[in-house]
Design a protein around this ligand. Structure first.
Ligand SMILES: [Zn+2]
Length: 247
């Protein structure tokens, strides 16, 4: 569904686990102009067809996943990146190998994926392997030109998992928070590479951004997304009051 301008959101609605995906339409030059952030599971622990559902939802909005030119991962937990390779292969096949979408993530997230995060290969097999095309580093990240120019900012936000990044879109004050900040909750720190103090520092850092929209990686009982500067501030304040003492 369309969220703001050319940003679309695909909140996960199934029973089992999967992440929310976000999609910037028509921003890259060339034949594959779309960007997807966290394509999520191909199929989750309940066997739900997460990627098929995502493809259908994107199609409903009038876009073809074959036109994706870049896949970005906020971090390398399997529920955010399992579809990377499958999606890439699908796009290569649809274009007779002439288009191969790029994959970008932070270097640290990539190292984690191949290190202690590699346990997922045992469960999901080689299909989850992929080659990153470039690494995300903290600071501005711009795509395209003219009317379609997209200026983003990558924010290093460790604490939930190694190399986790959040993405800020200054034009519309959008904060894509991955698994750092949810609506009324925060990402877990008990997985390998998790660190409570680092998570708190990351949340403090995010709370300094001028934010109209918080778009998290997962929904909670309080909701999937949040709109309004006051609500965003209130969400940070709620988290600091209720979660900081126990993280
Ligand atoms: Zn995660």
């Amino acid at each position: 569904m369309q969220l703001i301008d050319n940003l679309y959101g695909y909140p996960w609605m199934g029973m089992g686990n999967n992440c929310n995906s976000y999609f910037f339409a028509n921003v890259l030059p060339g034949n594959n102009p779309h960007i997807i952030i966290d394509p999520g599971h191909t199929a989750n622990e309940m066997g739900e067809p997460c990627l098929d559902n995502l493809i259908t939802a994107i199609k409903t909005d009038g876009f073809d996943v074959s036109d994706i030119g870049l896949i970005i991962n906020t971090h390398t937990h399997i529920d955010h990146y399992q579809s990377n390779r499958g999606l890439q292969q699908m796009i290569e096949k649809a274009s007779n190998e002439s288009n191969k979408p790029q994959i970008a993530l932070s270097k640290e997230a990539d190292e984690y994926r191949l290190g202690s995060g590699a346990r997922w290969i045992e469960q999901y097999g080689d299909s989850i392997k992929f080659e990153p095309d470039f690494y995300l580093t903290e600071g501005p990240l711009s795509f395209g030109e003219g009317e379609n120019k997209l200026d983003l900012e990558i924010i290093d936000t460790p604490g939930h998992g190694p190399g986790h990044v959040c993405i800020y879109w200054p034009k519309n004050k959008v904060l894509i928070t991955g698994d750092i900040v949810f609506i009324g909750s925060v990402g877990r720190t008990d997985l390998p590479g998790g660190d409570g103090n680092m998570l708190k520092a990351s949340i403090e850092k995010l709370s300094t951004y001028d934010t109209e929209y918080i778009l998290p990686g997962h929904a909670t009982e309080y909701g999937g997304m949040l709109k309004g500067k006051e609500n965003a501030l209130q969400n940070f304040s709620f988290i600091k009051t209720n979660y900081f003492p126990i993280i």
